[in-house]
Write a protein that binds this ligand. Structure first.
Ligand code: C2O
Length: 547
């Protein structure tokens, strides 16, 4: 492969949306940030210079970073953040993956502004395993815009334990579009020819919202999820969770009735609290045809499901199957060495006596996996592990079963107080893990997009209610389950995934809703080195930032 070089100058830039001008962090003054393009097998070298006066680090979401957690990026997990005035070079090779991924800042809520696409083209001469599209359209990243200072939004949520203020707009490549006040001129538009098939890359980089997506009068063919090919299937509405990516084929009408159609996103949520239920709009614009020459100004909107249509979501997610061909096999672990059950959900802390808290019964909101609310350490876990300096940094006793079993999707227990700690699950190299992620009913069922660093996993089963360890495994798909890096744990239900722990290092797993991540809905796997030199972590780069 080739070596591709990029430079990220992280700097404050004035950006105006919804008639509000804010100074926001950008990469090279661009919002959203630059698109990175590599081919499978290439080495990617990204030099980051932090010109801001606060810390930053970058994550290459979905890149496996084999033996090379030093380039993974989550602050205080695989590296200390890059301080103001500091620099760091992310240097990694993209092996065994192709498709659409993305990059984003991985500290506090900075990813609200610092994100961009990461496109991995197939190896030269390899092509796609579906009919060759006429062209690629530019990737579309869904995002959120806050008029308020986003760091203030999360700090308020952390201190008072109230839900954070919702964003002021959903965006397409940073543009809110015509359904918001003072925003028509900031509408994302893409031009197409009639009667052609395009490849469209979609990325949900929103902070806290799962999204429905559709294009009026068009059916989409899903061909890839999280940089893994899937058996093609058609859909009018997609559901994309934060962290997830999807490639679709868009076939345009040979004789469009209108000169343009709306592409729309709207939230899917079961949150009891407030959320923005605006449908945000971008425009699919046809090159002029005879029909459109009449100048029809109507912009048809796609019908999207109701905001809480859980069945539509379950139906959509059940359609994903790995391509599972000889060239792209589904390497599902057939046997299981370790069974792990995680309850995923919110929880509470007692309210400090000098505060008023806005959680249930005056408590303070927290979030947990197996009742453990993850505490971010003060040094990087990966470094501590590499140097075998664990004392005072991490505890190797993250619970692999719920400490107090209860009816997870029934009446929640009275006491939902969480414990706090920087706990990890240690795994021997090449352990085959089956992980069941069980949603809970604590504080109202809510789905949680769980993202795993360092691995893809196979989604072998999912269902509503409580996971049944006796009967549910009989229905697992071990033939062509979808391979992903982010899966939404369904509202009031569970999902079972399998992965092989063949990548030594310390790997974060967390809810990709930033509000839940900030409240502690996260944990880390510590995968030990294997016996062979090729099974050991690489040494840290010399410019690794210090805490
Ligand atoms: Cu896309 Cu840990 O993140």
């Amino acid at each position: 492969g080739l070596t591709r070089h990029y430079t990220f100058n992280v700097q404050m830039t004035n950006v105006t949306r919804l008639c509000v001008t804010k100074s926001i962090p950008t990469v090279n003054g661009q919002f959203p940030g630059p698109k990175l393009v590599v081919r499978e097998g290439d080495r990617l070298v990204v030099k980051v210079h932090n010109h801001m006066n606060y810390n930053v680090s970058f994550h290459w979401h979905g890149i496996r970073q084999l033996r090379n957690g030093w380039a993974d990026g989550p602050s205080y997990i695989t590296q200390c953040p890059i301080q103001g005035g500091g620099s760091y070079v992310y240097d990694f090779t993209v092996t065994g993956q192709r498709g659409t991924l993305w990059w984003h800042a991985h500290i506090s809520w900075l990813r609200v502004h610092l994100y961009g696409p990461l496109v991995i083209l197939p190896k030269r001469g390899e092509g796609f395993p579906f009919p060759r599209p006429y062209k690629e359209l530019p990737p579309i990243m869904f995002g959120e815009w806050f008029n308020e200072d986003t760091e203030a939004v999360i700090n308020q949520a952390l201190q008072t334990g109230a839900g954070p203020n919702i964003s002021d707009a959903y965006t397409f490549n940073g543009l809110p579009g015509p359904t918001y006040n003072c925003s028509s001129k900031d509408t994302y538009k893409v031009k197409v020819q009639p009667g052609r098939t395009y490849l469209l890359r979609l990325i949900n980089s929103a902070l806290n919202d799962e999204l429905f997506f559709g294009i009026a009068n068009h059916t989409l063919t899903v061909v890839e999820a999280d940089a893994n090919y899937v058996k093609p299937f058609t859909a009018k509405t997609l559901v994309i969770s934060p962290g997830q990516t999807m490639n679709v084929l868009l076939t345009t009408s040979p004789s469009p009735a209108f000169p343009a159609y709306a592409m729309a996103i709207a939230p899917y949520t079961n949150t009891q609290g407030t959320f923005d239920n605006t449908t945000a709009v971008a425009v699919l614009e046809y090159a002029p045809t005879r029909a459109s020459a009449t100048g029809n100004n109507h912009l048809p909107l796609p019908p999207l499901p109701r905001y809480n249509d859980t069945n539509a979501v379950a139906n959509f997610s059940s359609k994903f199957r790995s391509l599972a061909t000889a060239r792209y096999p589904a390497r599902v672990p057939r046997t299981v060495d370790r069974h792990v059950l995680f309850t995923v959900g919110l929880g509470t802390d007692p309210c400090p006596s000098n505060q008023t808290c806005q959680g249930p019964n005056g408590t303070k909101f927290a979030a947990s996996i197996n009742n453990n609310s993850f505490v971010r350490p003060r040094v990087a876990l990966l470094e501590a592990h590499y140097q075998r300096r664990y004392a005072g940094v991490l505890m190797a006793n993250f619970p692999t079963a719920p400490p107090h079993p209860f009816n997870y999707t029934g009446t929640p227990p009275n006491n939902t107080f969480v414990m706090h700690g920087t706990r990890v699950v240690p795994l021997a190299f090449n352990t085959s893990v089956e992980l069941v992620l069980q949603g809970t009913s604590i504080q109202g069922a809510e789905s949680h997009p769980l993202h795993m660093h360092g691995f893809n996993f196979f989604v072998v089963g999912q269902g509503f209610g409580n996971y049944d360890p006796v009967n549910d495994p009989a229905n697992y798909n071990l033939v062509d389950p979808v391979e992903r890096n982010t899966v939404s744990v369904p509202t009031g239900g569970w999902v079972a995934v399998r992965f092989l722990a063949d990548n030594p290092g310390v790997w974060l797993m967390h809810c990709h809703f930033d509000v839940h991540l900030s409240w502690g809905l996260s944990m880390a796997w510590l995968v030990n080195d294997g016996p062979l030199p090729s099974q050991k972590m690489l040494p840290p780069p010399s410019d690794l930032p210090k805490c």
